[in-house]
Ligand binder design. Structure first.
Ligand SMILES: NC(=O)c1ccc[n+]([C@@H]2O[C@H](COP(=O)([O-])OP(=O)(O)OC[C@H]3O[C@@H](n4cnc5c(N)ncnc54)[C@H](OP(=O)(O)O)[C@@H]3O)[C@@H](O)[C@H]2O)c1
Length: 357
């Protein structure tokens, strides 16, 4: 960040703080949040989480269908409305966008134009160029735009990092990870290429962000395979070597049993974590440690990464600093995604009905 943009950020921090200090709940400042679209993930994870977050209050929910919004809000006292009215509302500071992938860019831009901070579901957009446009717009307006890579807010991953830093497995030489499930739906945006569907946009953000979080290298040389069925990307395998001589390999897919793990390999052992990206809020996590001294399991207490994500984002906004780091994280992730995609050989799978029994 340049000196002048840091100065602008400090100025904005002071303005933001004085604005938000007016909205105090007891002694604590908080942000008023609106949800744009009654999506599955908003209902299952974001709605319960916002009710627990110490520095956020649900203020409004928008849907294309007023009855749906009322059902969504049945157990809360928030207002229900349509998309444009929610964005224009003076009672909302921060908008959560859990729309189909192809709609993220347009609605993020509209939210920013209305002066709202934004949490956008992953993938924040479908191209690096779009993410550049979105983060530039946010920066010009002094607003936070955050791509929801929620799992990284779980203390589990910092615990793993601490174990690495303590030398538990020696120098890290590689990361292997897999995230996939059987996606049996035949419709919906995940099944449509024109709506940002396919395994890459749905799942690749997880392994790629794990690589950026755990590996030291800043440059990756990828080689991969992307599998397509009826034109839709249904799986991907890729591997890379970083400029720190670490190996990274991942697989994702829509046509496999559920898998969600990473394994960090070092010169003296390895650490493995299951349910790594979708840890349930009530689950005690386990880090399996294998070294030449044997196998042990280290537990990490349960935590709700959605609550922690909301609290962290609201803290950043209330403090008015750290925006550029979060824009940068979204850009780096998108760039890495582009690199993988470009490295992939496309492999066409036969339509299911033509596969041998
Ligand atoms: N971070 C995570 O853990 C996580 C997990 C799952 C999904 N996601 C991400 O969250 C986003 C939403 O996923 P989801 O599975 O929750 O989606 P979903 O259940 O299909 O919901 C999408 C919502 O978008 C609204 N919408 C507006 N225009 C639409 C259109 N043309 N077609 C369909 N829906 C439209 C609808 O709300 P209204 O009808 O109320 O307007 C709909 O309920 C995606 O970007 C996905 O990648 C993140």
């Amino acid at each position: 960040m340049t000196g002048s943009s840091r100065y602008a950020e400090q100025q904005r921090a002071q303005m933001t703080l004085s604005a938000h200090n007016k909205k105090m709940h007891g002694e604590r400042p908080y942000l008023r949040v609106g949800i744009l679209g009654c999506s599955d993930i908003a209902r299952r994870r974001f709605l319960p989480a916002i009710q627990k977050a110490r520095n956020a209050r649900l203020s409004g929910v928008a849907s294309r269908d007023p009855e749906k919004a009322k059902r969504f809000c049945a157990l809360t006292d928030c207002e229900t409305t349509d998309y444009e009215t929610l964005l224009a509302s003076k009672k909302v500071d921060l908008i959560y966008i859990p729309l189909p992938n192809h709609l993220h860019e347009v609605w993020v831009m509209r939210a920013l134009e209305q002066g709202k901070h934004v949490i956008c579901e992953k993938p924040m957009a479908l191209s690096v160029g779009a993410i550049e446009r979105m983060t530039q717009s946010a920066a010009q307006k002094g607003l936070l735009l955050y791509e929801n890579i929620m799992y990284l807010h779980h203390p589990l991953h910092q615990a793993v990092r601490n174990m690495i830093a303590a030398g538990t497995i020696g120098r890290v030489t590689g990361l292997r990870t897999s995230f996939g499930f059987m996606h049996s739906a035949t419709d919906g945006f995940r099944m449509r290429t024109d709506q940002g569907g396919g395994a890459f946009f749905d799942q690749a953000r997880y392994p790629l962000s794990a690589a950026l979080f755990f590996l030291a290298g800043s440059k990756y040389r990828f080689k991969g395979e992307a599998f397509f069925r009826n034109g839709l990307n249904v799986a991907m395998n890729a591997s890379a070597l970083t400029d720190c001589n670490e190996t990274f390999s991942f697989s994702i897919g829509f046509e496999q049993p559920y898998e969600c793990w990473y394994e960090i390999v070092g010169e003296k052992g390895k650490l493995k974590v299951d349910r790594a990206y979708t840890t349930p809020a009530d689950m005690v996590s386990v880090v399996q440690v294998s070294t030449d001294r044997g196998e042990t399991a280290v537990t990490v207490p349960a935590a709700d990464h959605f609550v922690l994500m909301i609290e962290r984002v609201c803290d950043v906004i209330l403090q008015g600093e750290g925006y550029h780091e979060l824009y940068g994280a979204a850009r780096r992730l998108a760039l890495l995604g582009d690199q993988v995609w470009e490295s992939c050989e496309g492999i066409q799978l036969a339509p299911h009905e033509k596969v041998c029994p």
